[in-house]
Design a protein around this ligand. Structure first.
Ligand code: UN1
Length: 510
């Protein structure tokens, strides 16, 4: 473990490491010393000195100063820096992936997958750096040219969650960087070492050319630093990933100052299995979607809506498959599910299981908290399936844990209605071999989510598409497609190359 940390430049053996990079490492930040805890063992991985209000000011100053030089660099040159960041990540993929596993608790394959997601978005951003296209319009006035162009926004704030401690930063950071923005990252207090490792990796590329201040990081509690970011008019955009409760606060405070908030919040994702579905496919998709990352993805499958004619047989197979899931040390080969992130997550899962029972739901498997042998200090639950009726009140809530609800439905219309009848709107999937059902699910009267899949599970989206969702998921879009537009300001330009001054709408004035 020490090897992994030291290869990532994190020497935690001599005492707390600095949690603040403001164009340079701040030697003694003014915040409190916090622990990074390994959720597998409950033991401290390393200690970090958090940043205070003054350290935050240093970050803003560094980001503002770097912005003036960074925005002046042609976008394809900025892309070249991001390309080299992607290469630096390729070289550290195994170590950074292992650190994600150590600090967050997802299994090794998923930890490395997360780093791959960073590499993929870096590649995407490099291409994008030559494609930040604006449109040209035909002016209604003779001898006039009209077009739009996109300019960088400025220093932006990125607030990320524990469950994707590195990838979600990169979705924002690499796109924002090619757009010409600089940034301040406030990572989750549960995964500070992952953030500090990433900062060190990009520093290798940025610092030698004096561009350290493009990417800045401050490990700090929500108050006062997080709150200062939200209220800070110097940050035109705050991109925040986390709970709906957190996002509501971000939206309110940023909205009050008429700043921009890009929100990627909770999900309550349903997977519909129709009578004509390929049940083998559906089974694998449910397993990865509900058990993967111990149910701690915002895209996790939380509800499976089963056509009544296949419901019993499918349920039986799913319960059998759950019995095969090896829960244990996420670093060990063969493990499919690691621990939850912290004791609060454990308590939330236990409360939800108790509530399911109290409301008459049937726990088909799991629902207990026994720890694997030798790992009693960690935060363990068993993957859990609850069978509930379609009007079960808890179906509308997101429990960020491996708690899956199975519900029987009459037909596709019933399933779509139920799927949409929750406050969240992130991801959704239908399993069917009937073209008509697939297209109905994707039509405007079908799924109301930001992501709608056919014969693919709810989680594990590729970076090339826009990622995000509707309703209480917050409406933001990150990663691929034209999500880059959120990180730039649009300017409409009209140029008159005549000696007349015709007015639009044919107005004659004087
Ligand atoms: C998240 O859980 O916040 O689609 C992000 C997925 C991943 C990203 C999840 N690519 O499941």
């Amino acid at each position: 473990m020490q090897d992994i940390l030291s290869r990532l430049g994190l020497d935690v053996s001599k005492g707390p490491v600095s949690g603040v990079y403001a164009g340079r490492w701040i030697a003694s930040p003014s915040g409190e010393v916090t622990d990074s805890v390994n959720p597998t063992t409950g033991k401290v991985l390393g200690r970090i000195t958090a940043g205070g209000r003054d350290d935050y000011e240093a970050c803003v100053t560094a980001a503002e100063e770097a912005f003036l030089r960074w925005r002046a660099l042609p976008a394809p040159k900025r892309g070249e820096y991001v390309r080299r960041c992607g290469d630096a990540l390729r070289a550290k993929k195994a170590d950074l992936g292992a650190l994600v596993t150590l600090e967050m608790g997802k299994i090794r394959a998923e930890g490395e997958g997360e780093v791959q997601e960073m590499i993929d978005i870096a590649d995407f951003a490099v291409g994008l750096s030559r494609q930040l296209y604006g449109k040209t319009m035909h002016s209604e006035r003779p001898g006039h040219r009209m077009y739009e162009q996109w300019h960088p926004l400025g220093p932006i704030g990125i607030i990320s969650a524990f469950n994707f401690p590195v990838a979600v930063w990169s979705w924002n950071a690499f796109i924002a960087a090619v757009c010409g923005d600089t940034m301040i990252w406030k990572p989750s207090h549960d995964t500070p070492l992952c953030a500090l490792a990433v900062q060190r990796i990009v520093n290798e590329v940025m610092e030698p050319d004096g561009f350290g201040g493009v990417f800045n990081t401050i490990v700090a509690p929500p108050d006062p630093v997080g709150e200062a970011m939200l209220a800070d008019k110097r940050l035109p955009l705050i991109s925040a990933t986390g709970s709906t409760r957190m996002g509501r606060r971000v939206g309110e405070v940023v909205g009050r100052r008429l700043g921009r908030a890009l929100l990627e919040l909770g999900g309550n994702n349903a997977l519909l299995v129709m009578d004509d579905a390929d049940l083998d496919l559906a089974l694998s998709a449910v397993l990865f979607g509900a058990v993967g990352t111990a149910g701690q993805r915002c895209t996790t499958t939380r509800r499976v809506l089963l056509h009544h004619s296949i419901a019993d047989a499918f349920t039986e197979r799913l319960v059998k498959a759950y019995a095969q899931v090896r829960v244990g040390d996420p670093l060990a080969a063969g493990t499919l599910m690691g621990p939850l992130i912290n004791p609060r997550a454990l308590a939330a899962m236990n409360d939800a299981v108790a509530a399911v029972k109290a409301h008459g739901g049937k726990i088909l498997c799991g629902g207990t908290t026994e720890a694997p042998a030798g790992l009693e200090g960690g935060f363990w639950v068993q993957p859990t399936i609850a069978q509930v009726p379609s009007d079960f009140p808890l179906l509308k809530e997101e429990t960020f844990a491996p708690l899956l609800y199975l519900v029987k439905v009459d037909d596709l219309d019933h399933a779509i209605a139920l799927q949409n009848d929750v406050p969240q709107g992130l991801s959704s999937a239908v399993f069917t071999t009937r073209l008509q059902s697939a297209e109905r699910f994707l039509s405007c009267a079908g799924s109301d989510c930001g992501i709608a899949n056919v014969n693919i599970g709810t989680s594990g989206a590729e970076i090339g598409g826009a990622f995000g969702g509707e309703k209480e998921t917050g409406g933001g879009r990150e990663a691929g497609s034209d999500s880059w537009k959120a990180y730039m300001r649009r300017q409409t330009c009209t140029i008159n190359f005549t000696n007349d001054l015709p007015l639009a709408q044919g107005i004659s004035f004087g």
